[in-house]
Design a protein around this ligand. Structure first.
Ligand code: UDP
Ligand code: MN
Length: 536
């Protein structure tokens, strides 16, 4: 065990809430030291060795983090236009809720310092450190002492759950404990940046049904470098009910009047958001039947939109988050909590579209997701809109594999019994389309749609075949390219590329291998059937 007080070091003088009593819009005091201004910290020698040895367990560079001041300075990464925005003098006050389970010391306290230091005091009701039953020794009295010593005015308070609640029930507990008009949830490894609070509060002041996310900047897990993202993506989801980032859609670019205006987003990443306290409870807070981690962000996103709210990203509000490679805590019972939580969400909120989730997660069909009757009653009571309404109005660009398509399902070569198959490659990357023995019942990796735009596609990626005889086909983000358009002739079974006029061919025909493009020759190796024909 290390001595926490020597590590904390009081090697850095904490510069007494230097922003709290100043004009918070001004640039931060010039300071030098490791990680100041959000700069990266590179370790060497013994320290690097120690850091490397810990990184697997803690999933980030704790040694580097411990060397950086708990109230380090950051570069102001906002669009310059954000500085000219005049916010109302009177705004609802925020309770900032930082939930944690066995978080490391320095990221946890850095989160708290950044919030206290960069929030105008008149708008900050309190900071709640919500300890979800951590068992690390330094999170007991050391933490209590640090809080009373550092914030004698009681602006930061510690609340502990009596059992491991998981982040969903921990957030509910935090929301219940909070007294401010606006709740702002943060993960326990964040850094709030200059001016982060006012844009959130003023938007909620304007519209109590707006659920808001700051722009989430990157804090590098290895060097703790703070980098402004500035790409302004929005949130989406995969039908497997994992969250995804996607470029802002064209219709949203057109709708917005300014580059710093709120961005409507179909979903949120989960950890960081602001919501009117009353509205949060009115729309059902969170599903208390969800365990540990996962799925709650999409549940809240769908519910917000379907039950009369809106979800927006606020470009002028910037908060950094350490994106870790894994979770540095246990999942009691080793359950797939994301999967089971997602079942609850699909069953309550997705109507018939839950079928698309189960296409990906057939394994879950036998799992017990518990009682969801309360959540169904909630949906009924609030008269929430349908999931189809959500797709049509909030996420019209979301591809639905079995709707508005010419055909979908397995793409099968009858002669060999081989089907096109992604071979489980990561669909966030570009890769060659593979093939595999057709799986009866259809495995998710063999579901392909022939869209009304004549693209052979998956959720996000399209089959592209610009090459000549013998070339492979790649799956890459869909574009308007002609090499991504296909004609499937049902009478002779061929699948022909519209630009090259080559035919899809099983090539060597080995399961686990790759189909290729070839000059059309009428042979069995170029004959295909699709599992479901809708409109062909
Ligand atoms: N957390 C918690 N209880 C749990 C699991 C997680 O309070 O049982 C906290 C965790 O400390 C963190 C937040 O929930 O502050 C989100 O978890 P994490 O950062 O691991 O999620 P990610 O950012 O990777 O999605
Ligand atoms: Mn996190």
């Amino acid at each position: 065990m290390y001595d926490i007080w020597s590590i904390l070091g009081f090697q850095h003088e904490l510069s007494e809430r230097y922003i709290r009593f100043r004009d918070y819009k001004r640039t931060e005091p010039l300071r030098s030291g490791p990680g100041e201004k959000g700069n990266p910290l590179y370790l060497e020698g013994e320290e690097k060795k120690l850091a490397d040895s810990l990184i697997e367990k803690e999933a980030f560079n704790r040694i580097a983090s411990d060397k950086i001041a708990l109230d380090r300075s950051l570069k102001d990464v906002r669009d310059k236009r954000c500085l000219d925005v005049q916010y109302p003098k009177v705004l609802p006050k925020a309770s900032v809720i930082i939930i944690f389970h066995n978080e490391a010391w320095s990221p946890l306290l850095r989160t708290a310092h950044s919030v206290v230091n960069r929030s105008p005091p008149q708008f900050l009701h309190e900071v709640i450190l919500l300890d979800d039953f951590s068992d690390k020794a330094f999170l007991k009295t050391d933490l209590e002492n640090y809080i009373t010593k550092t914030w004698p005015d009681g602006i930061v308070r510690l609340v502990r759950t009596k059992e491991r609640s998981g982040l969903i029930r921990a957030k509910i507990a935090g929301a219940k404990a909070a007294e401010g008009e606006v709740l702002i949830f943060l993960d326990s490894h964040c850094e709030a940046n200059t001016g982060w609070l006012e844009p959130l509060l003023s938007r909620i002041h304007e519209d109590r049904t707006a659920v808001l996310c700051p722009e989430i900047d990157l804090i590098d897990k290895d060097t703790l470098q703070y980098t402004g993202t500035g790409s302004f993506s929005v949130g989406g989801f995969w039908w497997s009910l994992h969250f995804s980032w996607r470029p802002m859609p064209h219709h949203e670019r057109l709708r917005r009047q300014s580059d710093i205006a709120p961005i409507r987003s179909p979903t949120m990443a989960g950890g960081l958001f602001a919501v009117d306290r009353q509205f949060f409870f009115k729309i059902g807070a969170y599903d208390p039947g969800m365990d540990v981690w996962g799925g709650e962000n999409l549940e809240l996103s769908f519910r917000t939109w379907m039950c009369g709210g809106k979800l927006e990203f606020i470009p002028c509000s910037r908060v950094g988050h350490i994106f870790r490679s894994s979770h540095p805590y246990t999942f009691p019972g080793n359950k797939d909590t994301h999967g089971i939580n997602s079942m609850r969400l699909a069953e309550v909120w997705m109507d018939d579209y839950k079928r698309l989730f189960y296409t990906h997660r057939k394994d879950l069909l036998t799992q017990d997701y518990g009682n969801i009757s309360e959540r169904k009653i909630l949906r009924e009571r609030l008269q929430c809109k349908s999931f189809k309404w959500y797709l049509d109005n909030v996420y019209p660009e979301k591809f639905i594999p079995d709707e508005n398509v010419k055909a979908w399902g397995m793409v099968r070569n009858p002669d060999s019994g081989i089907c096109l198959d992604t071979l489980q490659k990561d669909e966030k990357t570009v890769f060659d389309m593979g093939m595999f023995h057709c799986q009866s019942g259809g495995s998710a990796s063999q579901v392909i749609s022939l869209s009304n735009k004549d693209q052979l596609r998956r959720e996000e990626a399209c089959l592209d075949a610009p090459g000549g005889d013998g070339s492979r086909l790649s799956l890459r983000p869909c574009t308007e390219a002609k090499t991504m358009e296909w004609i499937h002739f049902k009478n002779n079974g061929t699948i022909v590329n519209k630009l090259t006029h080559k035919c899809l061919d099983i090539g060597k025909g080995t399961s686990g291998g790759y189909p290729i493009m070839n000059s059309c020759n009428g042979k069995d190796s170029q004959k295909w059937t699709m599992q479901h024909y809708i409109n062909l």
